[in-house]
Design a protein around this ligand. Structure first.
Ligand SMILES: Cc1ncc(COP(=O)(O)O)c(C=O)c1O
Length: 440
């Protein structure tokens, strides 16, 4: 009985993540194929992907080089343990990733997702201080509206209410900086001019708790999931200065900004501010095989490399850390990024994208438009008493018109593959303009 095939249209068993399950199952939106900038739906329609899946397919969909690398790898070795054993491509990939990152981020710890990268970085931060006899540094600082995945460490330092409120006490000893959302930055193009002073809240936390109790401060250089929140000019620099002054590790969660989204390999490079650790995932394999990576500075890595040589230095890791398929996919993805110059291409397209996003500022109910690199957001005035409904109906209408966008709250957020052409940007804007004009 259990092995019988279910009825083809039975959707009930799959409890879908971050989805209005009942709404979806009454009106399924099934994707059955993908190529370059498009998805193909079950009813045979082409849908333009303005989100790169979920901010991950930076090289576009089903790129032959990546597909072939995965197929070849699967036929060669299915699985290889990374605990006390090695797989050559994992080392090759780590070297290439470290080369791509700014100095001194020279060491790579593999995970399988952004959430796992965050947990890993937080644990490394705590263990690092302990390894240096500064074990009193246990406090973690996150930020309001921050998104750091869905595991307990990540939702503790994260600041999105619905991701936290249902799940108990969370980690103790966590504080949150204010979000960098200011009225006076509305409709700003690129990095918002106001708000560097919001970083000074970290000084206030040092004053309250004492620097010797604070292990790390984690922020997204550009927040995506909360609806595209940009760092004001000078803000990240100031956070770096305060962290340096007080021996606090600065962690950039680059899960969406990594691998070209801002027109540079990482936000750290784009903003010229280098953290002590970077958490990444998504674009590392262009979304093809689950993989994440934490980049750590040499100082952090080296602090663990003490004690007897037969001893494990860090009691942490995942069965699938450095999975062969993920390593092969990541190496091929890095080749595609390099051969096609996709990070530079994102930078070249960014001004056209900026104009396109802001051209929607005069549409009904639009209360903000913002952009950076190949990221854009259009914020809508919520329907009184029915928050999120207006944006969700924009999502549904856009999908009917052959455009996939993402909404969070009443914000439309977009982050297209870096292979996007100007004609695709035109199509996005024209479709959104039509949609916004017909919304309640
Ligand atoms: C900044 C950031 N951190 C962490 C995550 C979690 O990544 P994952 O869904 O792969 O666990 C995300 C996902 O969107 C993210 O944007």
């Amino acid at each position: 009985m259990a092995l019988d095939k279910p009825a083809p249209n039975d959707l009930s068993a799959f409890w879908m993540p971050f989805t209005a399950n009942r709404q979806f199952k009454a009106n399924p939106r099934m994707i059955v194929g993908a190529k370059d900038m498009h998805y193909t739906t079950a009813d045979g329609r082409e849908v333009l992907d303005a989100v790169a899946g979920l901010w991950c397919c930076n090289a576009g969909h089903n790129r032959p080089k990546v597909v072939e690398a995965i197929q070849k790898q699967a036929a060669e070795i299915d699985y290889s343990p990374a605990f006390q054993m090695g797989f050559p491509k994992a080392f090759e990939l780590a070297t290439r990733l470290a080369d791509l990152a700014p100095e001194p981020l020279n060491h790579i710890f593999y995970t399988n997702s952004g959430s796992e990268s965050v947990e890993t970085a937080l644990k490394i931060a705590l263990a690092y201080h302990r390894a240096r006899d500064e074990g009193s540094r246990t406090r973690l600082i996150g930020r309001e509206k921050g998104y750091h995945g869905v595991n307990f460490g990540g939702i503790s330092v994260g600041g999105i209410t619905n991701n936290r409120r249902f799940f108990g006490q969370l980690l103790a000893g966590v504080d949150h900086l204010p979000a960098t959302v200011l009225e006076e930055n509305r409709f700003a193009k690129g990095q918002p001019p106001h708000g560097a002073h919001l970083a000074d809240e970290l000084e206030r936390m040092v004053a309250i708790h004492g620097a010797e109790t604070i292990a790390a401060c984690i922020v997204e250089p550009v927040a995506g999931s909360a609806g595209v929140i940009l760092p004001p000019v000078g803000y990240l620099e100031r956070l770096r200065e305060i962290c340096d002054r007080h021996g606090i590790l600065l962690i950039f969660d680059e899960v969406i900004t990594g691998f070209g989204r801002l027109g540079a390999a990482f936000a750290a490079e784009k903003f010229g501010v280098v953290p002590d650790m970077m958490t990444t995932a998504k674009g590392i394999t262009s979304g093809t095989v689950p993989m994440g990576a934490v980049f750590t500075s040499s100082a952090i890595h080296d602090a663990f490399m003490t004690g007897p040589e037969h001893m494990i230095e860090l009691f942490h890791g995942y069965t699938y850390s450095a999975h062969p398929l993920a390593c092969a996919a990541a190496l091929a993805t890095l080749d595609v990024y390099r051969e096609e110059g996709l990070f530079a291409r994102a930078a070249e397209m960014a001004p056209y994208w900026e104009e396109a996003i802001h051209s929607l500022a005069d549409c009904p109910n639009v209360i903000d438009t913002r952009n950076l690199g190949l990221i854009g957001a259009i914020e809508l005035d919520p329907i009184p008493g029915a928050p999120t409904k207006r944006a969700f109906s924009a999502f549904l209408k856009a999908y009917e018109k052959g455009l996939y966008i993402r909404t969070t709250g009443d914000i439309i957020a977009m982050s297209p593959p870096l292979i996007i052409e100007k004609s695709h940007i035109d199509q996005i804007v024209e479709t959104l303009r039509e949609v916004l004009q017909t919304l309640d």
